[in-house]
Design a binder for this molecule. Structure first.
Ligand SMILES: NC(=O)c1ccc[n+]([C@@H]2O[C@H](COP(=O)([O-])OP(=O)(O)OC[C@H]3O[C@@H](n4cnc5c(N)ncnc54)[C@H](O)[C@@H]3O)[C@@H](O)[C@H]2O)c1
Length: 662
């Protein structure tokens, strides 16, 4: 059967061949056994509703075994036989080219070279799912292949509810992931409802089909490291960055450290994760012994080397060892998956990786105790370093939140805020998001490297033109991104689809997209798919990350993210998505994004102008209303450029006047 035929087949009537368990790929850890016997029955009943009743007697024991063994029903047998990766858009069987573009993006998210746990349909972050099971995958691809531009596919947390009549200018797909009644949004609620098969954790770009491999995060991390060194007033050369994690996103840190030009030490407990990043050339050397690590780092500092080192072991050991060895850490952070602390996101110090995996499934209470103990030890060691001058920041992984919950000494004297800033509070927020700069990205749907090269050149031209008369406030951002894109090809950042990322503001995004659309209309390049990380100016409400530099109390509201996705959907997005739970945990964040296919038409030009303008300025307006001065500057500029934009500006109260009353 061809690739096209298998897509059109959907869920086959005959039982497909049983697939052997592939021990070569990285698998999701066993999930918590949380369901009661009655709930397990319900989970099985839910899973079987995808299949003809004639198949139930055979599938039931198989699914029961998956549930008992993995804590979830993935329906491994239904994984398709063709290799999954982003093909040239013309290879997909489709009535709608825009739907074909979405298939391409879905397959990229599940490409084993891109995805963290491809067999469990997890793209990154340990639990960032594209679908809950392979039946959903098959059905969705079939719907996308059959749908016309007069229909919209409705996705409920991985489940394709169906095709509904709509119209040409409506999104082709509307995705919701993990949207819960607010009181049902604890970590255990995710475990329970995901095990029942009724919701999933979409992370950010996993469940919205917009992940472009580690390149996106390399860029963001490079910008963060560069600005981090600027913040402490020293050059990256010879400076030391200590952090952890070589997973989906965290794996970008050593590469970003190299691009920024510093020494990076990144601890990772999982040998498979180390091997992946090392074989990709994203980390220079691997060291397994602490004494050897300390010696090598001292030499690197002395010689002002640009080098990245993976330490195979626990991050807590590194913080403690560097304290006793008196190694000066300039920048410190952490990128273990603490948004998911009890199910494999964080490995406690003192027990082996294998022991930890066993313990988390067999004795979750004891595992939790060890994680919290480990977090307290880690915080204590970090505090010793910061007392000696290290600049530590939370990297949006809920480290400070979980450490505080574990009772670590991590609070400010006021007892309300954390002792250390998040990278958004100090770096990304005021330097990027408040000006509208955020992670704009595109994918060349032809799959051709030459198209990517041409789009890079178009983007460079736009940014250089903009820089000529840009205000002082945004010169540095434009310069960093011009430098980034000029060296992007040489840094060989493409893994999976032919994709590129850069940070641009609304004006930059619109002008770059318009240049692409014109090049498509002249047949200089094929279709281009635009998108962005949800981790952006307007897409995400997350009080400990994207909106952590909002200080008017509204950081605990989620109006901005919801407004954003609704606004994008009627201004021309090809697909939109809104999720509960991203990098900082289920219930801790609401985030959304879009995809937009550029096909070279006049309609595409209208859509991109209208939607991208809204997609950035919504967040700037909110940030400005929260009295962020950089955003006030940016929204005034936007209003001058677009007379139809009218945003209410805040009046500032004299603090001395306030002090007279309270
Ligand atoms: N960099 C950013 O800008 C950014 C953005 C969004 C989210 N994040 C957050 O960063 C975290 C990491 O994301 P990811 O996709 O890399 O997740 P991941 O689960 O793929 O990787 C985390 C890695 O940390 C390792 N690890 C866990 N505990 C450890 C320990 N004690 N010592 C050493 N290694 C340990 C794990 O083995 C794993 O490989 C997530 O919480 C994510 O949400 C970061």
């Amino acid at each position: 059967m061809t690739f096209q035929e298998e897509i059109l087949q959907g869920i086959p009537n005959q039982l497909p061949e049983q697939k052997p368990y592939d021990s070569q790929v990285n698998h999701a850890p066993k999930r918590k056994d949380i369901l009661s016997p009655e709930e397990k029955k319900l989970a099985l009943k839910n899973a079987l509703r995808y299949f003809d009743t004639a198949l139930h007697p055979q599938l039931l024991p198989e699914f029961k075994e998956e549930l008992d063994h993995y804590g979830r029903i993935y329906m491994y047998r239904y994984k398709p036989s063709y290799p999954i990766y982003a093909r040239d858009i013309d290879q997909y069987p489709a009535q709608s080219k825009h739907a074909a573009a979405i298939m391409l993006m879905i397959m990229n998210n599940l490409n084993p070279k891109v995805a963290q746990h491809p067999d469990e349909l997890i793209t990154y972050g340990g639990n960032g799912a594209v679908f809950q099971n392979w039946a959903q995958y098959r059905l969705t691809l079939q719907y996308l292949a059959e749908m016309s531009d007069e229909q919209t596919l409705v996705m409920y947390s991985g489940h394709p509810m169906g095709l509904f009549p709509s119209h040409k200018n409506a999104p082709r797909v509307v995705v919701t992931n993990g949207m819960m009644i607010p009181n049902y949004s604890t970590a255990d609620d995710w475990e329970r409802f995901n095990a029942l098969g009724v919701t999933q954790y979409g992370q950010m770009t996993a469940g919205s089909y917009m992940y472009i491999g580690p390149q996106g995060i390399v860029h963001g991390t490079t910008i963060t490291v560069l600005n981090g060194f600027r913040k402490i007033g020293r050059s990256p050369k010879g400076g030391l960055l200590v952090t952890s994690g070589l997973g989906g996103m965290s794996g970008a840190q050593p590469k970003a450290g190299n691009i920024a030009g510093c020494i990076t030490v990144c601890a990772e407990v999982n040998p498979k994760a180390i091997e992946t990043r090392h074989s990709q050339g994203w980390v220079d050397i691997v060291i397994k012994d602490l004494d050897e690590l300390a010696l090598r780092v001292k030499k690197a500092i002395q010689d002002k080397e640009v080098i990245s080192i993976a330490y195979q072991g626990n991050i807590v050991e590194v913080w403690e060892k560097f304290d006793t060895e008196d190694i000066k850490i300039d920048l410190g952070s952490d990128q273990t998956s603490l948004h998911n602390p009890w199910a494999g996101g964080y490995y406690p110090v003192g027990i082996s990786f294998e022991e930890a995996q066993k313990l988390m499934a067999e004795d979750s209470d004891q595992f939790k105790t060890l994680v919290q103990l480990s977090l307290r030890r880690q915080a204590e060691a970090i505090n010793k370093h910061t007392a000696k001058g290290t600049y530590f920041f939370d990297y949006g992984n809920a480290f400070l939140l979980e450490a505080s919950r574990a009772g670590a000494d991590i609070m400010s004297p006021d007892g309300k805020s954390f002792r250390y800033p998040s990278y958004v509070q100090d770096i990304m927020g005021p330097m990027c998001f408040d000006y509208g700069f955020g992670p704009f990205r595109w994918v060349c749907a032809s799959g051709k490297a030459e198209d990517l090269h041409k789009t890079d050149q178009l983007a460079i031209k736009v940014l250089e033109d903009l820089k000529k008369d840009a205000p002082e406030e945004i010169q540095q951002q434009l310069q960093d991104n011009i430098h980034w894109i000029k060296s992007a090809e040489e840094n060989r950042l493409v893994v999976g689809s032919q994709a590129r990322i850069l940070y641009a503001d609304a004006v930059g995004r619109i002008k770059i997209a318009e240049a692409f659309n014109q090049a498509i209309s002249k047949s200089e390049i094929g279709f281009v798919i635009l998108g962005r990380d949800h981790h952006d100016v307007s897409g995400t409400d997350s009080p400990y990350r994207e909106t952590s530099n909002i200080y008017d109390g509204s950081q605990f509201t989620a109006d901005m993210a919801i407004q954003n996705v609704i606004g994008d959907s009627f201004r021309g997005a090809t697909w939109v998505s809104i999720h509960n739970g991203g990098g900082v945990g289920w219930g801790e964040v609401i985030n959304g994004g879009f995809g937009m296919v550029l096909d070279g038409t006049k309609e595409a030009s209208n859509r991109l102008q209208s939607m991208l303008f809204w997609d950035v300025n919504n967040g700037i307006a909110r940030r400005s209303w929260a009295r962020n001065k950089e955003a006030e500057f940016a929204i005034k500029r936007a209003m001058e450029a677009e007379p139809n934009l009218k945003v209410h500006l805040p009046n500032h109260v004299d603090e001395d006047l306030l002090d007279t009353i309270i």
